[in-house]
Design a protein around this ligand. Structure first.
Ligand code: GLC
Length: 633
């Protein structure tokens, strides 16, 4: 009996001993010893954690909702900036680093000094950070179809993140988009599973580098598991969303064939965190899908990392909050992106465990997964920002990489009358459209703000800047955002007709369900510039194929430029002939929204039921063949 008492006392001493006490003796506890195997460090730390501390590790809180003084005592495991979550003190890399490092210092005051992990949606560069390099959205990288380029973008993005103390990227989206009316189409590489798989794995390798914990490595988070890109129009029950967060209405064979392969590849590429989808399948919210989250992902595919919920994603399971949490955690969610009321989540977890509705085994499995990743990332050894990487933020080198990506993302849809390339000494060039001179429009959502924002929101070059830089001093460039050029008259008072008109038609920035579009229509004034130009070039800035059937007839040339990000001069490199057109469509382009959703298996190749442009289409400047529409309406 006495022996048992002594053992209990020893166990109590270990469980409550603080590193500081032991550190005072200069020796490290095993979990603090980086020379030991990760599994051994995890075992040691798990043996020291109280149940409350374990629940803290499963709690991910949005930075505007956390009280700093709670981080240490509650042992909060993770924090995040949602879209637009820049520091209240100001949006600079230094202030980001001060903010995140400040939270980390609080986390390290916890009894066992466990670092928190800070996450952000750096989905096309460190997008919330003003001055960061903003790369083309994934829809453009799909058209570029260059794994090496995509990997280099991941690498550069990781550097700019680490400069601000952030080691967790909620990216890449690996959705295989089946209906481009979805507002998140631009976050996806393609409608094609193989292309999504290839490019997302490359990006993961770029983000994680030579392995978690190596210099310049951040944790990737392929998302949203599984089938987020296959939801059915009209099936969403979230806000006024139509397809985002809706129902993936396919059988299991289709789910496995179209939507699962990117995750299999991501796991092989070393992904150690995966985000769960808001969408539903099999009559159930994905956050409640034990079969897919645990049996398939963790069992069959052998995923050893941790599953993070989406933004209050488990709350959508059922209106009874406690029941929702119990269902989600038991389904296999390991970390809950609460993101607001963390006290409520923690209290519900304690009660559920006390009632036996969530077993301690499930809690230990979740926490073991989370801690394993934190040790693998080297977070215990380097929890803070790396100021030596601050010069990489928005650096010339990164912007050159982004410019290369823009070059390669452009798809030439039509080029009659040798409209492209434009000669640099063209005497008169009219430029129309708000999108021609707007960094915010050319960047799209997840840029500085969650929904993105029009205007000069961050340093970069617009397409108009690029045009002015390209043309010789003999050229006269006239810009009007409304494409009205009626006041352009010659010395005799006659209307001036431009040698070349460049009309930029653009979608306004949007993110998630707010971008769900029933008609993909583009409001623009192409007709005005058409009347005033001998040759007309249309540049389309959009997060997806949009309806341009009428504009196509009016134009001599049409270029799909997607959402290029801060380096608009990457567009003009190509339309003025310094670089070739090499991009190919990663999404089938509809003639009308009524054609959607496409049945890719039975898609006609010609006639009015055929798409406007098929998957893989793209002219090059040297090609003699130009666009021939086989629908003669
Ligand atoms: C959002 C998105 C998800 C993002 C998360 C954090 O709702 O669905 O992609 O990572 O919240 O911003």
């Amino acid at each position: 009996m006495k022996k048992l008492g002594l053992m209990l006392l020893a166990g109590l001493l270990i469980a409550t001993s603080t590193p500081a006490m032991v550190r005072g003796q200069g020796s490290k506890l095993p979990y603090q010893d980086a020379s030991l195997p990760v599994a051994q460090r995890v075992d040691d730390l798990m043996g020291r954690l109280t149940l409350d501390e374990k629940i803290g590790q499963m709690t991910l809180v949005e930075k505007n909702s956390i009280k700093s003084a709670d981080i240490g005592p509650l042992g909060i495991g993770g924090l995040l900036s949602g879209g637009g979550g820049y520091p209240g003190t100001g949006n600079t890399a230094e202030k980001w680093a001060a903010m995140v490092d400040g939270y980390q210092k609080e986390a390290l005051t916890s009894r066992l000094a466990i670092p928190m992990i800070y996450g952000v949606d750096a989905v096309h560069g460190h997008g919330n950070l003003k001055g960061a390099t903003i790369f083309p959205q994934n829809v453009g990288l799909g058209a570029a179809n260059d794994p090496d380029l995509t990997e280099r973008i991941g690498r550069a993005t990781a550097q700019e993140m680490i400069a601000t103390g952030i080691y967790w990227d909620y990216a890449p989206v690996v959705a295989v988009v089946q209906d481009v009316r979805w507002g998140r189409s631009y976050e996806s590489y393609s409608e094609n599973t193989e292309l999504v798989t290839k490019l997302s794995s490359a990006y993961i390798k770029g983000l994680q580098g030579d392995g978690l914990g190596t210099p310049g490595s951040v944790l990737a988070t392929p998302k949203h598991f599984v089938g987020d890109g296959g939801t059915k129009w009209g099936s969403s029950k979230t806000d006024n969303y139509r397809i985002d967060q809706g129902v993936t209405d396919v059988d299991e064979a289709t789910l496995r064939a179209i939507h699962l392969p990117p995750y299999e590849a991501a796991i092989k590429a070393g992904a150690q965190s995966i985000m769960v989808s808001f969408s539903s399948w099999g009559g159930m919210k994905m956050h409640a899908q034990k079969y897919l989250l645990t049996d398939v992902l963790k069992g069959e595919l052998g995923f050893t990392g941790f599953l993070v919920s989406d933004w209050a994603g488990m709350d959508q399971i059922t209106s009874n909050y406690a029941e929702a949490m119990i269902t989600g955690i038991n389904a296999g969610v390991d970390m809950n992106m609460v993101p607001y009321d963390y006290h409520k989540f923690i209290d519900v977890m304690k009660q559920a465990i006390a009632d036996g509705k969530i077993t301690t085994e499930r809690v230990d499995d979740a926490v073991r997964r989370i801690l394993t990743v934190k040790f693998e990332m080297g977070l215990f050894e380097h929890p803070f920002s790396d100021p030596s990487l601050l010069p990489s933020v928005g650096s010339d080198e990164h912007r050159a990489l982004a410019r290369e990506a823009v070059n390669k993302s452009l798809v030439l849809l039509k080029n009659d009358n040798q409209a492209l390339p434009i000669a640099k000494d063209t005497p008169t060039i009219f430029v129309g459209g708000a999108g021609a001179d707007d960094i915010g429009i050319q960047s799209g959502g997840w840029t500085i703000e969650w929904q993105g924002k029009t205007g000069n929101i961050t340093p970069g070059t617009t397409i108009l800047d690029g045009i002015k830089a390209q043309v010789s001093d003999k050229a006269n460039v006239v810009y009007d955002k409304f494409a009205r050029f009626r006041n352009e008259k010659d010395a005799n008072g006659n209307q001036i007709i431009a040698d070349v008109g460049i009309m930029v038609i653009a979608e306004q920035p949007y993110a998630e369900g707010r971008g769900d579009s029933p008609d993909l229509m583009m409001l623009d004034a192409t007709n005005l510039i058409r009347e005033r130009s001998k040759k007309l070039v249309i540049i389309v800035l959009s997060g997806r194929p949009v309806i341009i059937t009428e504009q196509l007839k009016m134009a001599d040339a049409v270029v799909a430029a997607w959402l290029p990000g801060t380096e608009g001069n990457g567009v003009t490199d190509v339309i003025f002939g310094d670089k070739p057109f090499t991009g190919k469509l990663a999404f089938t382009w509809p003639r009308a929204a009524a054609q959607l959703p496409f049945d890719f298996k039975t898609l006609p190749k010609t006639g009015c039921d055929a798409p406007l442009f098929p998957f893989g289409y793209g002219l090059d400047t040297q090609s003699s063949t130009t666009y021939q529409d086989t629908c003669q309406k």
